[in-house]
Design a protein around this ligand. Structure first.
Ligand code: PGA
Length: 250
């Protein structure tokens, strides 16, 4: 019922030429993928990425958007502009934004609402640190982040957006949550959505896992009931790896 989404988050990697080369190599490899395939490139590479992805089933996404459509916000990206250039998906609240760029649950919520009001689909990231996991507060924390991120968002909008569960200790470390552990937390988020809204919204919402997803672990992660895709950093940078993720069921 839920179509899985495999989304790459390139972070601050690749030039426009490297972008074109990767997408040109990837496109034929994922022609028959059963999931939605997205690459969130650096903002400065979006136009090169869109050009290279033309006619393929790769969608180009963005890594963040601001909560205002325009104004004196140096270096920020307007959600209205993203929409105007043909972007659909935008990552919001990635842990690196929270950690290095002082984003809070409140700004994540504002950015998610701004994305939705411009017709974009936010991919909202939540997840605990190692210390929080060891302290046994994973569920409390994820519950809080999810509730805060969705504050003021209608049931209809909530059903259309994406949540990415990304335990911070698993990002870029090679340490993946076990598929079972990831499934438990994704299932917990889904039950939280049911509490906040209703069962229909919980059944419709796409919940991804992110954190060292790679060609070796993708099949097992994707076999889990509550995991509807991946948000992928390192393994989204090469066509060879990312095509295996998009073709996880082949
Ligand atoms: P990783 O990054 O796949 O390199 O662990 C995931 C992410 O930050 O979204």
């Amino acid at each position: 019922m839920r179509k899985p989404i495999m989304a790459g988050n390139w972070k601050m990697n690749k030039t426009p030429d490297e972008t074109k080369a990767m997408i040109t190599a990837l496109a034929p490899e994922i022609e028959d993928a059963d999931c939605t395939v997205i690459l969130c490139t650096p903002a400065v590479c979006i136009s090169a990425a869109q050009e290279a992805a033309k006619g393929s089933n790769i969608q180009i996404g963005a890594q963040n958007c601001h909560f205002e459509n325009s104004g004196a916000y140096t270096a920020e990206t307007s959600p209205a502009t993203l929409k105007a250039i043909g972007i659909q998906y935008v990552i919001v609240g990635h842990s690196e934004r929270r950690q290095y760029f002082a984003e809070t649950d409140e700004t994540v919520n504002l950015r998610a609402k701004a994305a939705l009001s411009n017709g974009l689909t936010p991919i909202i990231c939540v997840g605990e640190s190692l210390a929080q996991r060891e302290a046994g507060v994973t569920e409390t924390l994820v519950r809080y982040q999810t509730t805060a991120a969705l504050s003021g968002i209608s049931a209809e909008d909530a059903a259309s957006l994406v949540i990415a569960y990304e335990p911070i200790w698993a990002i870029g470390t090679g340490k993946t949550a076990t598929a079972e552990d990831a499934n438990v937390v994704c299932g917990y988020i889904r039950s939280q959505i049911a509490d906040l809204y209703n069962k229909q919204v919980a059944d419709a919402i796409v919940i991804q896992y992110g954190g060292s997803v790679n060609p070796k672990n993708v099949k097992e992660l994707m076999s889990m009931e509550n995991i509807d895709g991946g948000l992928v950093g390192g393994a989204s940078l090469t066509a060879e790896n990312f095509s295996q993720l998009a073709n996880y069921n082949k």
